[in-house]
Design a binder for this molecule. Structure first.
Ligand SMILES: C[S@@+](CC[C@H](N)C(=O)[O-])C[C@H]1O[C@@H](n2cnc3c(N)ncnc32)[C@H](O)[C@@H]1O
Length: 328
């Protein structure tokens, strides 16, 4: 589907609910010896709302820290990059992006915003709101998967700032992370920069609190993937029979989120014609969120052919936003 008017163009590369990708992931992930599903399936409209609520939780420091860095350094980022457009991967509600758009408008360079997200409602709402907020802004929205659809990015209108915020890069395992960054570097021009948000290694108690909030919003977000599978693939998960688990793996330095069956569960997945059994206390891994050191960040960027130019952090060094560009 393509929607277009003078300021807004939206291109959709996912079929409704993207059943093909979800079905393949569920078939793969639930028939493994250790069950696992990729985190992108959390984000239907309800999952996206729950994530927004997580961002406002007192325990969830990453959003606040990343916002503080952007507020402090946006003008410098715009000056360094001369960016005329922002390409944002996993754009969500683009809440923090407005800080960068404001700085670009202030500098007189702002021409276009290119958000890419799996959640169609987010892209449509963001496009409609931003053209109101920034008169003259062009929005080229992509409803797609940043692992599969980077080749659909439109030709650049000028130097691009490719923005990947929220620590979403941490959802990749280390090898996939480098493969993804390498693909991203290839999709960038020599005038482009990558602005990457990464959560930092820190006191495990602080990390674990951020993923185990006292209101249970993260638990609801975690269980939302089971609602998505029930709805999209005619499955019958008893969602409340799965407990939220989140812990810091000190060896791998990543947070793991899992869902643990409180009793033996027998699940029928109608669209796949399969039955899956969970033994009591058996776990399904739903997300990893890797935490970074300067060395890990430098190593990943270098392996992808990206040269690190700046690492910006907040006063408490909780989070980092880095600026890098393709090595020439
Ligand atoms: C952790 S949230 C971050 C949202 C926002 N960038 C922020 O910093 O608050 C991850 C976002 O990436 C999107 N997303 C996750 N996996 C994706 C994928 N494979 N392709 C495109 N978007 C994806 C989700 O829909 C969600 O909006």
């Amino acid at each position: 589907m393509t929607v277009a008017n003078a300021e807004i163009e939206i291109h959709t590369y996912l079929a409704a609910g993207d059943e093909r990708a979800l079905a393949d992931d569920v078939l793969d992930g639930l028939t493994r010896p250790f069950k696992e599903l990729p985190p992108k399936h959390f984000y239907d409209a309800r999952g996206a709302d729950l994530f927004d609520r997580i961002c406002d939780l007192p325990e969830y420091y990453p959003t606040r820290a990343e916002r503080a860095i952007l507020r402090e350094r946006a003008a410098e980022i715009v000056e360094l990059t001369g960016a005329a457009e922002i390409v944002e991967l996993g754009s969500g509600t683009a809440a923090k992006t407005r800080i960068l758009l404001d700085a670009m408008q202030e500098a007189g360079t702002l021409r276009r915003y290119v958000p890419l997200d799996v959640t169609e409602s987010m892209i449509l709402d963001t496009a409609a709101t931003l053209v109101e907020e920034y008169p003259g802004l062009l929005v080229h929205g992509i409803v797609g998967d940043f692992e599969r659809h980077l080749h659909h990015l439109p030709a650049a209108l000028g130097p691009r700032l490719v923005v990947f915020l929220g620590g979403t890069i941490g959802n990749f395992t280390p090898g996939s992370r480098r493969r993804f960054l390498r693909g991203l570097a290839r999709a960038m021009g020599t005038d482009d920069h990558l602005l990457l948000g990464t959560d930092l290694v820190k006191d495990p108690a602080l990390l674990e609190a951020a993923y185990n909030d006292s209101d249970g919003v993260t638990a609801e977000f975690n269980r939302n993937v089971l609602h998505v599978v029930n709805r999209e693939l005619a499955a019958d998960f008893a969602v409340e029979a799965f407990d939220h688990v989140a812990f810091f793996d000190r060896e791998r330095e990543w947070i793991e989120m899992r869902l643990r069956a409180s009793s033996r569960q027998h699940v029928h997945i109608g669209a796949l014609g399969i039955d899956v059994v969970f033994e009591p206390r058996e776990e399904l891994r739903t997300e990893i969120s890797a935490k970074f050191t300067r060395e890990r960040l430098e190593g990943d960027l270098a392996a992808a052919g990206l040269e690190l130019e700046r690492v910006l952090s907040d006063d408490d060094e909780l989070f980092a936003v880095s600026l890098s560009r393709p090595r020439t």
